[in-house]
Design a protein around this ligand. Structure first.
Ligand SMILES: [Zn+2]
Length: 443
């Protein structure tokens, strides 16, 4: 198996994905490279920023550069010695309604240029489509996915089987179930860009969870076109392992400054809320005074630093078992993100089943949203399965007795057995209290 999970929290995982060029660590962001207009050369992305992988578009490469890329090899052509993923032109189908290439041609091209991770020519569903059209995209993508295995010749490339269906969750389910039966190494969820642009993170959470619950859980999941750091925590927590970002460059071109809590226009800023090497060396006023090209490069570099910084924080949170706390913090930056977190109650049993229950440190309950976290769901389910209240009891009232922060242990310490018993009692009270609060919350 090319994907090995090292750490888990919620549905997130830190994993190692083996490609023919090298092993990359997930969750991972692929910066999108457009060889014709690229603000930061791929070589610098590797050496200065430490990106292990990039993504580019095989359809554009084929159209503009043809056999030159195959002759030189993709890595040499781009000047990047890390892993390179290629998309197939599906995005162009979404934007322009079609491409001048067949699936067999683009699969063959990706094999010839030497992609490490490559994509079949799927049909993106998009956002504003009728159910009938959405069904058409799912069926055609599945037909091409089955067809693909008759066309491919190389086994050292990791192939991506995209899931379509858009906001039609029954179609996403069907697409995920059928795609999951085929021997792809990676899956991807298509069409989230427009959902994210309209801030429908609740719909996005439904789409991701529907795909996740119906795909083989041991295969990595790529979220196409998800490149804003404000939503990484949500997507990673729901089990997305790979992302690609064209947004860092597109935002830069429009003078938009990314932060992990949202986006600012450059001219709105008096101070940079960032400590990356770019922002530490200049003020917003100085950057506004630069030429358009210099400004674009400055912002593209800052945007990538922010994305990388947020992914590092997320990975550390996974290791510490604190991803839920991190997610709640990010969700409180925007009502649309908070709506998505509230929606997770619908999926709490699935999340609980796949998330570690024991933690290295205590949990922080910030508000009632914490009642959805897997540790609470786990013990709440155990209580309702295994605890029988006294026969005549009509109302059961329990109070939590958490130890206040910083409380000192008395000098004449009780025996370890007494301490253990007390701890168990406290935990039982706290959990039962959570159960009652949660049930009251639901009622
Ligand atoms: Zn910065």
């Amino acid at each position: 198996m090319s994907f090995e999970v090292k750490e888990k929290d919620l549905l997130a995982r830190i994993g190692k994905l083996k490609t023919k060029t090298g092993t990359i660590e997930t969750p991972l962001l692929f910066p999108v490279i457009n060889p014709s207009i690229q603000p930061i050369p791929p070589k610098r992305l590797r050496e200065e920023f430490g990106f292990e992988a990039i993504i580019t578009n095989a359809y554009i490469l084929k159209k503009r550069y043809g056999d030159k890329v195959a002759d030189e090899g993709l890595h040499k052509f781009l000047g990047f010695d890390g892993a390179v993923m290629t998309d197939s032109g599906a995005y162009q189908i979404l934007v322009y309604g079609g491409v001048e290439v067949s699936q067999a041609e683009i699969v063959n091209y990706q094999e010839r240029i030497g992609s490490d991770i490559a994509t079949i020519l799927d049909i993106p569903t998009g956002w504003s489509v009728t159910k009938e059209n959405a069904t058409g995209t799912v069926e055609e993508t599945l037909r091409r996915a089955k067809d693909f295995f008759k066309v491919k010749t190389r086994d050292d490339i990791l192939w991506v089987g995209p899931v379509q269906g858009g906001r039609h969750l029954d179609l996403v389910e069907e697409s995920a179930v059928e795609m999951g039966k085929l021997p792809f190494q990676i899956h991807a969820l298509g069409s989230p860009t427009e959902v994210m642009e309209s801030y429908r993170y609740d719909v996005l959470a439904d789409m991701i969870m529907t795909a996740k619950m119906n795909l083989p859980v041991d295969r990595p999941l790529h979220l196409f076109g998800a490149g804003h750091p404000a939503m990484f925590a949500l997507a990673v927590a729901l089990g997305c392992d790979l992302f690609d970002s064209a947004a860092y460059a597109l935002y830069a071109r429009e003078n938009r400054y990314m932060t992990e809590n949202g986006t600012w226009r450059l001219n709105e800023l008096d101070y940079f809320p960032c400590q990356c090497p770019k922002c530490a060396s200049e003020t917003p006023k100085q950057v506004v005074g630069k030429t358009a090209k210099e400004r674009e490069t400055f912002l593209a570099e800052h945007n990538l630093h922010v994305c990388l910084g947020e992914l590092r924080r997320i990975k550390q949170a996974i290791r510490d078992g604190r991803l839920w706390e991190h997610l709640e913090m990010r969700a409180h930056a925007h009502p649309a993100l908070l709506t998505a977190v509230k929606k997770l109650r619908k999926y709490e049993d699935f999340i609980e089943k796949h998330s570690p229950i024991t933690k290295r440190s205590g949990l922080f309950f910030l508000d009632s949203h914490g009642l959805t976290r897997p540790e609470v769901v786990h013990y709440r389910n155990r209580l309702s399965e295994r605890y029988s209240p006294p026969e005549k009891a009509k109302i059961l009232l329990l109070a939590s007795q958490a130890v206040p922060q910083g409380k000192r242990i008395p000098r004449n310490q009780p025996s370890p057995q007494t301490l253990k018993r007390e701890k168990q009692k406290r935990r039982a009270r706290l959990l039962l209290c959570c159960t009652l609060r949660s049930n009251a919350h639901r009622a």
